[in-house]
Design a protein around this ligand. Structure first.
Ligand SMILES: Cc1cc2nc3c(=O)[nH]c(=O)nc-3n(C[C@H](O)[C@H](O)[C@H](O)COP(=O)(O)OP(=O)(O)OC[C@H]3O[C@@H](n4cnc5c(N)ncnc54)[C@H](O)[C@@H]3O)c2cc1C
Length: 124
């Protein structure tokens, strides 16, 4: 059975966690990234927008396509609750179950992966 991983947030933290987990776990994991923003915004360049030095449309990248290329499901929604007892993230429209345990795969049970699984649940 594939480990279900839910990541909340589609910015630097969430995207990096999703990509790193896909790289390390390959197809042994089912990864879903939920973000209330449909785009990634490159925040460090926002000051240049105010000064008129950057086109704001160039700082925003829709999340769905780059995530899909890595077989990461994207859900555009706000997470309203996380229920650790039931291991579910809730949005207004649906519940997303996740496994909080380390995948039952000896090859991937290193501390490094355990730590990544711990930090992958981002609500920043
Ligand atoms: C103007 C500006 C300039 C900056 N410049 C630099 C710089 O030069 N260098 C540097 O290192 N850092 C810089 N930073 C800081 C850097 O942008 C942040 O450290 C970084 O964005 C943090 O990333 P994050 O993924 O943790 O959170 P965030 O970028 O805050 O992203 C949070 C994500 O979670 C989503 N989200 C939040 N709540 C929910 C919810 N309930 N349900 C679903 N989705 C949710 C949001 O939509 C978003 O996608 C800058 C920040 C700003 C504002």
């Amino acid at each position: 059975m594939r480990t279900k991983i839910v990541i909340v947030g589609g910015s630097f933290g969430g995207i990096n966690a999703a990509y790193a987990l896909r790289r390390q776990l390959g197809d042994h994991a089912e990864i879903t990234l939920i973000s209330k923003d449909a785009e990634f915004t490159f925040l460090p360049s926002l000051p240049w927008v105010i000064l008129g030095w950057r086109d704001p449309t160039l700082l925003q990248i829709p999340l769905r396509q780059p995530l899909a290329r890595r077989r990461i499901d994207f859900v555009h929604a706000e997470v309203t609750e996380i229920d650790p007892a039931k291991r579910q993230a809730h949005t207004a429209a649906a519940q997303f179950p996740y496994d909080s345990g380390v995948p039952q795969l000896p090859k991937y049970s290193s501390l490094e992966v355990r730590d990544q699984l711990r930090v992958c649940f981002l609500l920043s």
